[in-house]
Structure formats: C-alpha cells, structure tokens
Design a protein around this ligand. Sequence first.
Ligand code: RRO
Length: 327
Amino acid sequence: MTDLRTTLAGVEFPNPVFTASGCAAAGQELDGFFDVTALGGVVTKSIMLAARSGRATPRMAETPSGMLNSIGLQGPGIEAFLEHELAWLADRGARAVVSIAGGSVEDYARLAQKLRGRPGLAMVEVNISCPNVEDRGQVFACDPRAAAGVVEAVRKATAPGVPVFAKLSPDVTDIAAVARACVAAGADGLSVINTLLGMVIDVDRMRPVLGGVTGGLSGPAIRPVAVRCVWQVHAALPDVPILGMGGIRTGLDALEFVLAGASAVSVGTTVFGDPTAPVRVLAELHQALQERGFDHVRDAVGLAHRPPEAYLPERPDPVGDDQGSTA
Ligand code: RRO
C-alpha cells in the first residue's frame, strides 16, 4: 500500500487530495455525498471581511472542456464564516484550509488575525489571484511586489505553525518571479493556479454572456497550463511545497500534478458534475501510485523533473500501457 501522507510546510495531512477553493463552499454540501474528513483537507471559498453579494448574473457559462465563473467573491463575511462554517468543519474533524481575500493589505491582515487560534484551522490560503475583482490592480498576484506585501502581512498576523500558502495567477509572464517574491515575503507554500481570465460572447444577443463580462476559466481546458505552472514553480523553488490545481478530474490527472512538483492537489470544477469526485480521485491516485511501485507519494513529487535515467520505482505489475514494467 502506498503511503499517502503528505507534509505541507511541517503540517502532516493524511493524504494529498483536497477540495479546491470556491467549488465546495465550506464542505457541508459535499458531506452529504461523502465523508469530508476522508480528504487531506477542505479548502474553503475565499472569505472577505464583510458579507458580499457578488457580481451581476449570469455568473457561470460552460466553455469547451471548461467553465467560466464570475461569482465576484460572494460570501457571508468573516464573522458568520467563523461561527457557522469553520466551526462546522472543526466539529466534523476536517482539516480546514481557509482561503482569505481582501481589497487591501490591511484587509488581509485583519482576516488572518481573526483566524488566529481557531480550532480546525490547518492552513491559510491567501487568495491574491481572484480574476473577478473590481479592477486588475486588486489582482495582487499579477505583480511580485504587491503579492509580497500581502503575504508578508498575512504571515505576520498568522499563528506560527500554521502554514500560509499564496495562491498564484497563471495570467502573468513569469509565474516563478511571483512565486519567489511570495516565498521571500514569508509564504510557506504556494497554491498553483487560480482560474485564467476569459470571456464568452452570446452571438444571438451579441453581448457578453456573463453579467460581469469577464470571468475565470477552470476545468480540464486549463490543466496543461496549470501543470506547466506547477512545473515552473517547482523548478524555481524545489523545496517549497505546492498545492496544485486546475482541471483535475481523475487520479491520473492528479498524478500529473504530483510528478510536476505538487505535494498535494485540489479537486475543483469537476465536483459540479460529480460531487464524489474528490474521494474518487483519491482512490484513483492511490491505485496509480501503487501500480507504479511507489511506497510513498512523496517519492513521486517532482519526479518528472529528474533525468530519464534517474531512479524509478520497480513496478509490481504492468499498468496496461505500452511500456509495461519499468523494472
Ligand atoms: O469569487 C470568484 O469569482 C472567484 C474567486 Br474569489 C477566485 O479566486 N477565482 C475565481 O475564478 N472566481
């Protein structure tokens, strides 16, 4: 049996499959389909200081192999979140990764302060890359200095021992530069990636489909972009843990992210069609690792970066592809 335990910045999780922020609220709805404590962790929808109704409707559109969303950070605000959602996750025994979002460095710092000492809090994900904000100046992850300012404030306000992960945007020229700036500012790890900015136009109405005009593209359509980003960030910062996400639908998709350098993965958009996807992906990933002879998932992290002649585990059985055993 492959050991699935994974460690992110000193915190151990029982396995490397998490929900993705924004795709499962705070886990209650998914818990009707499977036991959310079976996952490595539950990453909650980004929360802001105040309640927020979000952008104009329509807020979602299907795209080829993907989905556009223009939610606009709808949420109950931090106080209601702490009382009803984080408290529920803690009671349930889930490991909560709380995603926070703000319009200023000060907002983020206050959110981090409010999370200090809360039961159930395993990690903080700093969402500096939401594409659906009022202006692009608020997409802190598009500028290394702006990203660093937020990360530094959150790291200072967060209890020691609680990892702070910065969530990066793919909509940049050099994602490794932003990653380096976040880590230099104190990020313990990186979540890679948020959605890509996109839009669709209704050719009958001859107007944008989304009320917010532009939206964030997710789903399998973005997976190669996400894998490339994980690869580049891991190549630049091989010792920094990565939570990888973007279009994961199967265990083999998850394995791609692990081989590119992710120590854990988030399963997002696919849950809208298949709410049990996270536990299925976990089982499939486990099987894929076992078939490839891995004793521990950590041995697969970043393996694709190694030269072809480097160590590969002995495969116990052929996995049904053309290459058969690598032994
Ligand atoms: O709420 C959203 O519209 C949203 C967020 Br916070 C995000 O980080 N990414 C996204 O695609 N949508």
